[in-house]
Design a protein around this ligand. Structure first.
Ligand code: FUB
Length: 339
C-alpha cells in the first residue's frame, strides 16, 4: 500500500449507536461492501466509486471503477482504518475496465481477493489476487478464473472447509448473455425476456483446494417458491438480479441477493450450499439510490448487514457503505430492515 492508513472521522466522532446506518467512509465513495472477520478484526472489501462523467445507462457504464481499497475496524462502531489502494486495474494483465463488487477469502496463510472486471472484449470475467495479509496489497493472477463470467463474486467457506463462489448479475452484469454456456454478444440486455420462463439463476462453483480455480462445472443456484416451482422471469419482486451472499445459521444455508430493479434484498433458505433453496422473503426495503448490495457477518455474537446507499452524493454511481444489525427471528426468518 502506498497510502498511509487513516482513521475515519465520522466513526471517530460518533457516539452511542450513531455508527449504525451512518456512512462508514466519507472521504471516498464506496459500495458493495463484502465484510469478513479475519484475525479478530472486521475487514471490508468494497468497490471504490468514482465520477468518470459517463452518462447513466442500464448497462452500468457509469460504474467505471478502477481500483480497490481495504478497510478494517476492531469492532462494529470502532474507528475505520483505510489500508489504502490494494489493487489497480492497470496491474491486472487481462482487465480493461470496471472493477466492480469484490469479495475476499482466507486459506492456509493466504488472503484472496476476487473481483470482476471487463476484459479486452468488454466481457465480464472474475479474477483473483493474493496477499499474505488481509489488507493487501494484492498480486493478481495473469488470467481470469477459467470458466468464470459475469459479476459479483461472493465466496463462502462452509464448516467442513469446502469453499464455494456464488456469482452473476443480470442487465449490466451480462448473466443473460451466457444462457448457452458461451457469450452471446447479440444477447438480451436484460433477462430471458419471457416472463413465464424460470428466472435466470445465480451461479455457484466449488473452488479448488488452492482457491485459484473452479473445481467443478458451474451450477445454477435454484430458488423455489412455496409450491416447489422455480421463480419465474416475470417475478420481479422475488427473482435473483445480482449481489449474492451466503451465510450459515443454525445449520441452514441462507442465500441472499438483490432483486435489482425492484430494489429489495431477498433471501432463500436451504439444506445445502448448492441448493435448491426455498424463497423466504424480503429482509430489506429499498434504500436511497438505485439499489443496494450487501454482506452479512457475525461479530461478537451479533449479526450485521453491510450495505450501501447514496446518502452522501444523491447520485446512483457515487455510493457510501453502511452497517446495521441483522436479526434472525426465533422461527429462523430474518427481521425486516427499513433503512
Ligand atoms: O458496483 C457495481 C455494481 O453495482 C455491482 O457489481 C452490483 O452489485 C451493483 O451494486
Amino acid at each position: 500500500c502506498d497510502e498511509k492508513p487513516k482513521e475515519n472521522k465520522n466513526t471517530e466522532k460518533s457516539g452511542g449507536k450513531k455508527y449504525l446506518t451512518s456512512p462508514l467512509i466519507e472521504d471516498l465513495f464506496t459500495a458493495d461492501p463484502s465484510a469478513h472477520v479475519f484475525e479478530n478484526k472486521i475487514y471490508i472489501y468494497p468497490s471504490h466509486d468514482i465520477d468518470a462523467e459517463i452518462p447513466e445507462n442500464d448497462n452500468g457504464d457509469h460504474f467505471a471503477m478502477k481500483d480497490y481499497h481495504v478497510y478494517s475496524m476492531d469492532s462494529i462502531g470502532g474507528k475505520v482504518t483505510d489500508h489504502g489502494m490494494v489493487l489497480d486495474v492497470s496491474d491486472v494483465p487481462w482487465a480493461k475496465r470496471q472493477m466492480w463488487a469484490p469479495d475476499a477469502a482466507y486459506k492456509d496463510g493466504t488472503y484472496f481477493l476476487y473481483f470482476p472486471a471487463k476484459d479486452a472484449n468488454d466481457i465480464f470475467r472474475i479474477g483473483v489476487a493474493t496477499s499474505d495479509t488481509p489488507y493487501g496489497p494484492f498480486k493478481p493472477q495473469k488470467e481470469p478464473i477459467l470458466g468464470s463470467f459475469s459479476i459479483d463474486p461472493a465466496v463462502f467457506t462452509d464448516t467442513d472447509g469446502s469453499t464455494y463462489m456464488y456469482f452473476g448479475g443480470i442487465w449490466g452484469g451480462q448473466l443473460q448473455r451466457w444462457t448457452n454456456g458461451i457469450y452471446d454478444s447479440e444477447g438480451s440486455m436484460t433477462d430471458l425476456e419471457v416472463d413465464s420462463l424460470p428466472a435466470l439463476s445465480c451461479k455457484v462453483a466449488k473452488l479448488s483446494s488452492n482457491m485459484l480455480k473452479f473445481d467443478e462445472p458451474v451450477r445454477d443456484v435454484i430458488i423455489l417458491d412455496s409450491l416447489g416451482q422455480e421463480l419465474r422471469t416475470g417475478d420481479y419482486d422475488r427473482r435473483f438480479f445480482e449481489g449474492s451472499w451466503m451465510h450459515k445459521y443454525h445449520g441452514k444455508y441462507y442465500f441472499s441477493y438483490s432483486t435489482g430493479d425492484t430494489h429489495y434484498l431477498a433471501y432463500a433458505i436451504g439444506e445445502s450450499p448448492l441448493g435448491p433453496l426455498t424463497y423466504a422473503g424480503h429482509f430489506m426495503t429499498p434504500v436511497q439510490g438505485w439499489t443496494t448490495h450487501h454482506s452479512i457477518i457475525e461479530s461478537n455474537g451479533k449479526w450485521y448487514l453491510f450495505y450501501h446507499d447514496t446518502e452522501l452524493s444523491g447520485k446512483t454511481w457515487l455510493r457510501n457503505i453502511k452497517v446495521t444489525e441483522l436479526e434472525h427471528l426465533p422461527d429462523g426468518t430474518l427481521k425486516m430492515i427499513y433503512p
